[in-house]
Design a binder for this molecule. Structure first.
Ligand code: SAM
Length: 275
């Protein structure tokens, strides 16, 4: 059998299709999620339903978002699923999760074995809806999980770490070898749980500004922040905030990025408004 064919479906590389077939891993993920009958479970990329079927058995109704029309049709016709699931045939990156939560009249519990090519933009997309999501469980490349949980002063610490840790508590759940998928990916994977904070440990009024500062700092991560943030903060401003201007992006904590954001003052040299 062609290694890309699974259950009669030819895996599409462009949709990042690596299907789970390891029962132990599937059971472990479902056990971690602990779906309850009345909750609003939303799966991104259900594929051939490896996770969808066991989760659907525990809930009254669930929603799945699948971009691949062939797979979406298969799901709608699946005898075990058709009365239980609502299939949204759409790119998850374009789904308005606030509207979905309003329609379901519940906070969302989002999960998925994410296509690796869109996992980071998808998490950033979901962070915008953090207030209507109670938790998220994602299968990701192990490297991405390392970046999500990275602390300052490490090479894995970057924009994703700061922004994810701003929005969510992050808990690694389990590691998954390539052999658990068909076709097997070239990299190791891991499942992670993200719980959006109801009360954020460090709050900023303008999250777009936080994101902008973090992006500017890490775009030039080898430079000192005095250099990389020179069009946003003067030396005096950094010193006044007790932030050593010779630090690099990876040395600053989330708390310090939030402090910078809350103390940003638009000046004539700032290009922020023109960006
Ligand atoms: N959940 C299945 C499993 O665990 O075996 C499939 C996982 S596979 C890694 C990723 C799934 O996401 C595929 O079904 C793919 O078609 C779907 N997908 C890819 N890009 C997507 C997107 N932008 N929006 C929604 N689904 C997408």
């Amino acid at each position: 059998m062609n290694s890309r064919v699974h259950q009669g479906h030819f895996a599409r590389k462009r949709f990042g299709q690596n299907f789970l077939h390891d029962e132990f891993i599937i059971d472990s993920i479902v056990a971690a999620i602990q779906p309850k009958p009345d909750e609003a479970l939303v799966e991104i990329g259900p594929g051939l339903a490896a996770l969808t079927i066991p989760v659907s058995k525990k809930v009254k109704q669930m929603t799945v978002i699948e971009i691949d029309r062939d797979l979406a049709s298969r799901l709608m016709e699946n005898a075990q699923l058709k009365d239980k699931i609502t299939v949204i045939t759409q790119d998850a990156l374009t789904v308005d999760f606030r509207t979905l939560s309003a329609e379901l009249t519940k906070p969302l519990r989002v999960f998925g074995n994410l296509p690796y090519n869109i996992s980071t933009p998808l998490m950033f997309h979901l962070f915008q809806y953090a207030d209507v999501i109670s938790d998220m469980y994602f299968m990701l490349q192990k490297e991405v999980v390392k970046r999500l949980v990275a602390a300052p002063n490490s090479k894995d610490y970057g924009r994703l770490s700061v922004m994810a840790q701003y929005y969510c508590q992050i808990i690694p759940v389990l590691e998954v070898p390539p052999s658990s998928f068909r076709p097997a990916p070239k990299v190791d994977s891991a499942v992670v749980k993200l719980i959006p904070y109801k009360e954020k440990p460090y709050f900023v009024r303008d999250v777009t500004l936080l994101s902008r500062i973090v992006t500017e700092a890490f775009n030039q991560r080898r430079k000192t922040i005095h250099n990389s943030l020179s069009n946003l903060f003067t030396l005096e401003q950094l010193t006044k905030l007790n932030i050593d201007p010779n630090l690099r992006a990876e040395n600053l904590t989330l708390q310090q990025y939030c402090l910078l954001t809350e103390n940003y003052v638009a000046t004539d040299n700032s290009d922020l408004e023109n960006a």
